[in-house]
Design a protein around this ligand. Sequence first.
Ligand code: BG6
Length: 491
Amino acid sequence: MTKLKAGFDDGFLWGGAISCSQADGGWKQGGKGTSTQDLRYLDPSWDHEQVELKHHGNPFSREEFEAALADEGTEFYPNRRGIDFYHRYKDDIELFGEMSLKLFRTSICWSRIFPNGDDLEPNREGIEYYRSMFSECHRHGIKVFATILHYDIPVNLVLKYGGWKSRETIEFFVRYAETLFSELGDLVDFWLPFNEFNAGRFAPWDGVCLIPGDEECTSQAVFQCLHHQFVANARVVELCHRMLPGAPIGGMIARFCTYPATCKPEDNMQALQDDQYSNWFYTDIMARGAYPSYMNRYFDRFDIDIKMEDGDEELLAANTIDFLAFSYYFSQVSTTEQGWEKTAGNLVMANKNPYLPTSEWGWQMDPVGLRVTLNQMYDRYGLPLYIAENGLGASDVLNEDGTVHDDYRIDYLRSHIECLKEAVIDGVDVRGYMVWGFIDVVSCGPLTMDKRYGLIYVDYDNGGKGTGERYRKDSFAWYKKCIESNGEDLS
Ligand code: BG6
């Protein structure tokens, strides 16, 4: 009897993903406190080159941090505006329902639930907001995939405790998660404690709340913060398994698919190490429950000495995740050769692969890399997989008649879904696919609106000017057809 699959299982979850800091807005409303993402600055008059220079130079500085704390305005702080999802979520979820979406991923805003992070009681208004949002999803037959932390911690925790440098932050995170499990446990279908665990190393402010360029932002500090996050993750996994038996809780990384630049053995070795240090380290700890031995050499080389407490290792070992999720946007090559040409990639500058086309933002588009990744991750862990983010950032044009012809996005999604299907036939247990920013949101790296991922266009520009109206792009109807045919009709 053949066990070969022909395509997607019934019940495959076709989804879309956003994050609260990029979408919600609602700055200072409903009892929300200030978060670390509310402090990131963009001058709306900057042109594309200036934005890119800032993003790939020093995306966040100590001066900006100080100035932003003193500034109550929204003009220079896109994440304080988002796409006003805070007020428009009911209409937006109606559109998601029209698209036949099966799974909605968003993050919960810690500073909406605990405005200062260390409050003893949660903010009821924040809890009611999410109860209403998630109930609305279920009313439309959409399951909820909730990220507990997507880069935005209450800034008070940074000011008072040093954020993830301190073990106290672990306790506050556990209290926050416990509140979510008891208040929202009946409405959330999948839990994810941390967005992109490996971001801390590549984007320290986003990942671990260290200001890049600051004296204290060293590799030692980054890995110590990461250790505290691993402990926090294990504590929350334990709590979830205890409080919500059967509720799946997973781990996620930004997956940097890495090929050797040539067949030189040295390049192959380099690719293996880059993969270990950028990808496997994080998933090995969350899925296998221990620090992998290959990191000893890395820690020695960079003089990193992680301080652990008694019981940390046992905690990690006893509380591994139920599924693995990852974002996938591009692939890169590894080489020992100096001066290899670079191009931009998600969170990192990547080595260029001459065989791949790039997006407008320089990201190397590689659908086959998605199939490679799925096979590699499933081979290694045998856990169910979810693609938590995939999509194309492009500068779309809204026509006068309200149409947006984004055939380039349809091509991108189609080619990736075709490779996803190949991976299913390869035998990989992948259960969901989420289009990133499937409604336009503020972009994470550059902080602009003009880098759009959505299947739904949102009429705001980089300075937040516009009607805020939503328009269905051509990709909207295309994805709806894909979902309704369970991935069979990609025409
Ligand atoms: C992921 C983040 O790394 O990449 C998202 O989880 C982000 O928050 C996405 O938006 C795309 O990156 P960008 O910088 O193009 O918005």
